[in-house]
Design a protein around this ligand. Structure first.
Ligand code: SAH
Ligand code: DHB
Ligand code: MG
Length: 222
């Protein structure tokens, strides 16, 4: 089937169920103006993240891979007034754009951006947290997805959710001969996840404005 049809349906769904308010429209304009890569979650995916956060009554959220803060804003909007979101971003320029967008969204007091390589920052974060996270959204570089997931698991309460973006990659997930480090990263991750006894998990494929991809959802067991 023509992929423009999938995109049109996704746009229709977003228009009905995930319309962007003035803040999100301005954020998107800012991301374009600042020439950030167009890889933020889509509006419908943002809405799904917000709903998943509400489903697990999230008060504390961790995000790995902030970019310009688009997914951060959807997630942080699920939080109660005293809720907190920590988001990790490697690129100082992206983090600066994200901080601007988070401020514009009125979420400054709920969101803390940490700038650096997630693999360097996660060990410190793990040592210093007093309360575990209710939800973790993993959306940074793909090769260390297994390691990000293991850190997430060690910092998430039972009944909490760990969500990972981009695990289907146009179906390249099935290319056992692939040498693409991103594909190999998600392949290593999905086989690990399927055998992880600590979570109940699933991959949800999707087609739409971001092409053919999918997210992994893992519910942390008791
Ligand atoms: N979650 C965002 C999109 C994230 S894109 C949204 O949907 O709006 C992936 C981001 O991860 C990029 O900004 C990239 O700079 C960042 N990133 C890549 N490698 C990283 C690393 N090792 N540590 C932290 N962030 C990283
Ligand atoms: C890429 C990364 C993402 O997080 C995404 O949602 C889409 C594409 C990428 O690195 O190509
Ligand atoms: Mg992504």
């Amino acid at each position: 089937m023509d992929t423009s049809r999938f995109e049109a349906v996704d746009q229709y769904i977003s228009r009905l169920f995930a319309p962007e308010d003035d803040v999100l429209i301005q954020v998107q304009q800012c991301l374009d103006a600042e020439n950030l890569p167009a890889i933020s979650v889509s509006p419908s995916q943002g809405k799904l993240l917000m709903m998943l956060a509400r489903l697990c009554q999230a008060q504390r959220i961790l995000e790995i891979g902030t970019l310009g803060g688009y997914s951060t804003i959807w997630l942080a909007r699920s939080l109660p007034i005293d809720g907190r979101l920590v988001t990790i971003e490697l690129e100082p320029r992206y983090a600066q754009v994200a901080q601007h967008n988070i401020d514009q969204a009125g979420l400054t007091s709920r969101v803390e951006i940490r700038v650096g390589n997630a693999l360097d920052l996660l060990p410190q974060l793990k040592t210093n947290i007093d309360t575990p996270f209710d939800m973790v959204f993993i959306d940074a570089d793909k090769p260390p997805y297994v390691e990000y997931f293991q850190y997430a698991l060690s910092m998430t309460r039972s009944g909490g959710l760990i969500v990972l973006d981009n695990v289907v990659r146009d179906g390249k997930l099935l290319d056992s001969e692939s040498t693409d480090p991103k594909v190999k990263g998600v392949q290593r991750f999905t086989t690990m996840l399927a055998n992880c006894p600590d979570v109940t998990s699933l991959i949800l494929p999707s087609v739409g404005v971001k092409g053919y991809d999918g997210i992994a959802i893992a519910l942390v067991n008791e």
